[in-house]
Design a protein around this ligand. Structure first.
Ligand SMILES: Cc1ncc(COP(=O)(O)O)c(C=O)c1O
Length: 378
């Protein structure tokens, strides 16, 4: 059996043709593919506007600025995420408050959030403040981990009650819906990533989903160095060079054409692993509630001896990875606030193993991975 990679890009559609067309057009920075790619994301997600950006991280940075996050603010997010979520918060000059996860869905614990807001925060005027520090809490950033989504109705109501901007980190959840509504379209803004391991890729890239024209225009302005004249080099505020370039958008458009097929394949992979591994009481799976239609971007199991199992599978040329180290344990974030009763993040983070789930994986390869995991448990 050949090595089984963790999660490879799948470039089996019109990628080559569109990239060639984009190069032939000689429009590299902007151009028709960027526009078409943005339109295809709008059509698929039902977002009002979509703005192509250089990455999921920079999209989140801009989304937080649009949501009014300012220097010295606090921003609530989940303690289990890829580091980019926390980094984007820091780029604005704000600091994160990490909230523990719900132990079954592995998502931001909304009950804990409600308790925290009620007991440790207060509202004055139309702003929420953290009692212990008197700092303003301006936003909450749920992260749709592995494609799963929390109760967006409850979260939206809490955000409204406490005047928090709702910004969704939907980097992993293109193709996921909550009660029929696409991830990233619930609050002030949502962000997608097209990094090479995501469900669709542009090699590197991202998209900001906005619910009004003003926000989309401001996002475009900020990501093009805040240039306010077509002729003069007049820049009316500190801007960023965060554009998504046309040849990468060309890859994105070809990938969007295949997204429905990719989502179906991810669901099939998750179903097969679950079926095969459910016989092992040692293994736990992520819970997806009936309100969520997940894209199953990445299939993860929890086991007590995750690091040994990773090594064992590597000896059979199966590439797996641990989940992310909890954000509050990373050196740049150790001094930030972590709200938790039982530290579920730690348990899930250190027990989690990401299994191979490329959209090109074969049924034999999935079965082989399952067999080897079963073989590991006597
Ligand atoms: C949850 C989450 N947020 C943000 C990002 C950042 O996206 P990018 O790598 O495109 O900057 C990623 C993935 O890379 C992610 O998984």
């Amino acid at each position: 059996m050949l090595p089984i990679p963790l999660c490879e890009p799948n470039l089996s559609g019109n990628e080559w043709q569109y990239v060639k067309e984009s190069l032939d057009s000689n429009w590299l920075s902007g151009g028709s593919f960027l526009k078409k790619f943005e339109e295809s994301v709008v059509e698929y997600t039902g977002a009002t506007y979509a703005v192509g950006i250089s990455s999921g991280t920079t999209a989140l940075h801009i989304a937080l600025l649009l949501a009014g996050v300012q220097r010295d603010d606090l921003v609530i997010t989940t303690n289990l995420s890829f580091v980019a979520t926390a980094n984007a918060i820091k780029y604005t000059g704000a600091d994160p408050i990490f909230l523990d996860i719900e132990p079954e869905t592995w998502l931001l614990d909304i009950k804990l959030l409600a308790e925290f807001l009620e007991k440790q925060c207060y509202v004055e005027g139309q702003s929420c403040f953290h009692k212990a520090t008197n700092r303003r809490i301006s936003a909450v950033v749920p992260v749709h981990i592995l494609g799963n989504m929390p109760d967006m109705t409850e979260l939206g109501a809490l955000a409204d009650l406490y005047y928090l901007a709702l910004v969704e980190d939907a980097a992993e959840s293109l193709g996921s819906f909550y009660k029929g509504q696409h991830s990233g379209t619930f609050g002030e803004a949502g962000t997608l990533s097209f990094n090479s391991n995501k469900i669709i890729t542009t090699a590197g890239g991202g998209m900001l989903l906005a619910n009004n024209e003003q926000a989309a225009k401001r996002a475009k302005h900020l990501i093009t160095q805040a240039k306010s004249s077509t002729l003069e080099y007049l820049h009316d505020e500190v801007g960023y060079n965060y554009r998504l370039v046309n040849p990468l958008a060309a890859i994105g458009l070809a990938q969007m054409e295949q997204l429905p097929r990719f989502v179906e394949k991810k669901k099939e992979i998750a179903g097969l692993y679950t079926q095969q591994l459910s016989i092992l009481p040692e293994i736990k799976f992520q819970k997806i509630t009936s309100d969520v239609n997940s894209n199953y971007w990445h299939f993860v199991i929890l086991v007590k001896n995750s690091r040994e199992l990773i090594q064992f599978l590597a000896t059979h040329s199966i590439e797996t990875r641990p989940l992310w180290i909890p954000l509050n344990e990373l050196p740049p974030y150790r001094n930030d606030l972590y709200i938790s009763n039982e530290n579920h993040t730690q348990q899930v983070a250190y027990q989690g193993i990401m299994l191979p789930c490329s959209t090109s994986i074969t049924l034999e390869q999935i079965a082989f991975v399952g067999e080897k995991i079963i073989e590991y448990y006597p």
